[in-house]
Design a protein around this ligand. Structure first.
Ligand SMILES: CC(C)(COP(=O)(O)OP(=O)(O)OC[C@H]1O[C@@H](n2cnc3c(N)ncnc32)[C@H](O)[C@@H]1OP(=O)(O)O)[C@@H](O)C(=O)NCCC(=O)NCCS
Length: 451
């Protein structure tokens, strides 16, 4: 967890007017915060209280969560009733960008009681959260959130979120007559944790942006979550038939169905075992788990949903068994100080330049955001960034309106995609044309949420 002072500003607790007070949570608030969100953080079609949310939040606030702390929440209390009427969390984690560590804050778990909405309570908490995040040394904030809403707080969609493929029961390959499955599943146990840590690292290496997880996180994920938390999962090791001590992979499936589907949250096979040889047995084993998960929720199981992102080795190995594609949504990202962020990730940019046909280029690249901008200074293979102010509308090697540069910076969209979508996104100079696609290539990302 990034260091620094984790306390919100001295302005908390603070009166917000109308008898409302902004406070910071402690362990003593655990149940009422969990209960508040379980009754208000609802999609229009959901009926409170949401158990999956209540138990997830009890875990987050319980003091044993690897990335959540009991004092991670702000809340607004109505002093007349003593009720919580609005609340927002800020958790911290070290993310990585092409292997470079980035301290990041994740505002999350945002809701306001219906009769207190549209009074600026979330806006007030976000101002506090951003200040608090800054003082913890975070260089980026991320949110998996409802459509549009967080744009008003300086966020832009800039990383793939979720997405995957679905196998309906009819797509699960039959076991050929007279054969037995070459691979089976057995429950993951404590001694398997280092293997899982290695496999997770292998999976993250495919992703431009990732969140490392250590053994403590996986131990909590496998053995520490409340059974009724929405994140409660079953962890299995994939083993060759008859060889329970020779693991070749790990698969993690949700304990409960989501609708009618069994969600697969993680799947990785170690080098040396072809995915194509594992996949048919794996699908059959997961298909056998579906009815068990269904029995916990009184639902009917009809499909396996591989929530593994836009790309995954399984999707290439057995495409005919995975006919339905689930398009990803996107993480909101806020980078309050772009030159600072670029200086943090400079080692990754320098590696890209050194490996490119433009290695040895020296000079300045000016990126305009119209009202602000930055200069990338390249000298003897070293890259530094500082802020720069364009003096007219067409100044700069490349021009990016609003927050569109974030999409290119994080590899979410290619430079060509963004210039195609926005007429005022312009690559103006030949240096910009030659260097920007090298420094900021489009790259696949799938982030496993660190909460
Ligand atoms: C979305 C939600 C958290 C907003 O809470 P709130 O306290 O009403 O938010 P605020 O009043 O601070 O909103 C700030 C701004 O957003 C606007 N706003 C509020 N709700 C909005 C919504 N659903 N869509 C768009 N804008 C909205 C407000 O009008 C205000 O803008 P303004 O200052 O220009 O008037 C609240 O409606 C809620 O709890 N919804 C159900 C749970 C949910 O969806 N949570 C988000 C999970 S990611």
């Amino acid at each position: 967890m990034p260091g620094g002072d984790p306390a919100p500003g001295s302005a908390v607790p603070r009166a917000l007017g109308d008898g409302l007070v902004l406070r910071r949570s402690s362990l003593a608030d655990r149940e009422r915060i969990a209960s508040f969100h379980a009754n208000t953080l609802l999609a229009p079609d959901e009926t409170p209280p949401l158990d999956r949310l209540y138990f997830w939040l009890l875990d987050m606030l319980g003091g044993d969560h690897p990335t959540g702390r009991p004092d991670d929440f702000l809340y607004v209390e109505d002093t007349a009733s003593g009720r919580i009427v609005s609340s927002v969390a800020l958790s911290s984690a070290t993310w990585t960008y092409d292997g470079v560590e980035i301290p990041a804050g994740q505002p999350d778990v945002v809701s306001t009681a219906p009769e207190y909405r549209r009074r600026g309570l979330v806006a007030a908490q976000f101002a506090e959260i951003h200040d608090w995040s800054e003082r913890q040394g975070h260089v980026m904030q991320v949110i998996p959130g409802i459509p549009w809403y967080y744009r008003q707080f300086g966020y832009e969609y800039a990383l793939n979120l979720e997405g995957g493929r679905i196998a309906y029961r009819a797509n699960v390959p039959d076991l050929p007559a007279g054969e037995s499955d070459p691979f089976t599943l057995r429950p993951l146990t404590e001694p398997d944790i280092p293997f899982l840590v290695d496999l997770y690292r292998q999976a993250c290496a495919r992703s431009l942006v990732a969140v490392p997880r250590d053994a403590a996180f996986w131990r909590f994920d496998a053995f520490g979550r409340s059974e009724r938390s929405g994140l409660a999962s079953e962890h299995f090791v994939i083993v060759p038939a008859g060889q329970p001590d020779a693991p070749v992979g790990v698969v993690i499936a949700a304990r409960r169905l989501w609708g009618t589907q069994l969600g697969v949250r993680f799947l990785e096979v170690a080098p040396g075992t072809p995915m194509v040889t594992v996949a048919p047995s794996l699908l059959r084993a997961l298909d056998a788990l579906g009815p068990q998960a269904a029995a916990r929720t009184d639902k009917t199981y009809d499909a396996i949903c591989f929530e593994l992102g836009v790309e995954h080795p399984l999707f290439d190995a057995l495409p005919s068994a995975l006919p339905r594609e689930i398009k990803p949504y996107a993480w909101y990202v806020r980078i309050p100080d772009l030159p600072r962020f670029l200086n943090v990730i400079a080692p990754a940019l320098e590696r890209r330049l050194a490996a490119s046909p433009q290695a040895g280029w020296n000079g300045d690249l000016h990126l305009s955001f119209y009202r602000s901008g930055l200069r990338l200074h390249v000298e003897s293979g070293r890259i530094t960034a500082e802020s720069w102010r364009p003096d007219h509308a067409e100044a700069g090697d490349a021009l990016f309106p609003d927050l569109t540069f974030l999409k290119v910076l994080l590899g979410y969209r290619s430079l060509a995609d963004v210039t195609h979508a926005y007429p005022d996104c312009i690559v103006a100079s030949s240096a910009g044309q030659a260097l920007l696609p090298i420094l900021f290539p489009q790259r696949y990302t799938h982030v496993w949420d660190p909460t």
